[in-house]
Design a protein around this ligand. Structure first.
Ligand SMILES: C[S@@+](CC[C@H](N)C(=O)[O-])C[C@H]1O[C@@H](n2cnc3c(N)ncnc32)[C@H](O)[C@@H]1O
Length: 303
């Protein structure tokens, strides 16, 4: 079999051509192959839509170079203001000779993988799963709020009562909310769902409880919801690939509606400026704002 092309992320077709048979390796695409699991020097080419975080980006580029055969071609691109301007320096730091171009607010760097590289191991170690000091839990650069407790999540945790029955944590991250939910003995099952494989891997390590189930999936997909739950907790995302996307929060609310039984309860925190009240009021029998401070609101909504 020919050596594969690696693809990381889903760059728009106008930006870069990718072979249909490329191996998808983004942890944000459920079902994809883990980039870190690819053998050294096994791929013929790599196309990387580099992520915005500096530590995460360097680790992804280092892994792509590690997995390329010597002489293999790396194409790395990123929006100019989300890491694009630093691509070249990072790749040159690894020992690549880089050709850089700019188009459609993106920077594009191409390089042929040299035989000798430097600094890959350090970049890979810095971006690897680790116990985050600020959180005391397993997480990884690139996971949402990976090394500190998000203030919105903290506020939801302060407001949550002891829950009971079957529940889900939508967009569970590394499992901070789930750990609190599972302190209630009356919770029988808790399904932790996140679109980020690294978050689910962290949550598996952080939530050691036989009542927990882990799902690497998109909450928006109908198969992620059961229709039989007694409760859902969530701190929904409001950024999608860096751009504000209120629709994502609304899709999370719709998924909660699909998942809850009659009388089931949604606990949700949201940024104060986001317009979720109308959607909650339209879909739930009773909606209460339970807390508001520091730019966040916590809602309890009952079906
Ligand atoms: C605001 S964070 C909350 C994380 C965690 N619950 C916490 O409190 O730290 C939102 C989470 O939703 C996840 N996410 C984003 N889009 C998603 C989707 N379509 N389906 C499932 N999870 C998603 C993100 O990966 C992120 O972990």
């Amino acid at each position: 079999m020919d050596a594969p092309t690696i693809l990381y992320g889903a760059p728009h077709a106008d930006l870069v051509e990718t072979p249909a048979a490329a191996v998808q390796t983004s942890p944000l695409i459920p079902g994809s192959t883990a980039l870190e699991a690819l053998p050294d020097a096994s791929a013929a080419a790599a196309v990387v839509l580099a992520p915005p975080g500096a530590v995460e980006r360097a680790a992804v580029l280092a892994h792509a170079l590690r997995a390329l055969k010597a002489g293999g071609r790396l194409t790395a691109l990123a929006p100019k203001d989300k890491g694009g301007q630093r691509l070249r320096k990072t790749l040159e730091g690894f020992g690549c000779a880089v050709n850089e171009t700019a188009r459609r607010h993106h920077r594009f760097c191409t390089a042929t993988r040299p035989v000798e590289l430097q600094g890959l191991e350090a970049a890979i170690a810095a971006g690897a799963p680790q116990v985050a000091r600020g959180l005391g839990l397993w997480s990884q650069p690139g996971v949402f709020s990976w090394d500190r407790l998000d203030p919105g999540s903290a506020m939801l945790m302060e407001s949550l009562p002891a829950l009971s029955g079957r529940g889900a944590d939508f967009g569970c991250g590394a499992g901070v909310l789930a750990r609190q939910v599972l302190t209630a003995p009356a919770v029988s099952v808790l399904t932790l769902i996140d679109i980020d494989r690294r978050a689910i891997d962290g949550a598996r390590r952080n939530v050691d409880d036989p009542r927990a189930r882990f799902l690497w999936a998109d909450v928006r997909q109908p198969e992620s919801s059961s229709g039989e739950l007694d409760f859902v907790v969530m701190n929904p995302p409001f950024h999608d690939g860096g751009a504000e996307d209120r629709g994502l929060g609304l899709a999370f609310i719709a998924a909660a509606v699909r998942s809850l039984c009659k009388g089931g309860v949604l606990w949700m925190v949201a940024n104060r400026g986001l317009p979720y009240e109308a959607a909650l009021t339209a879909a739930f029998a009773r909606v209460e704002k339970r807390a508001e401070a520091g730019g966040f609101k916590v809602y309890r909504a009952q079906r």
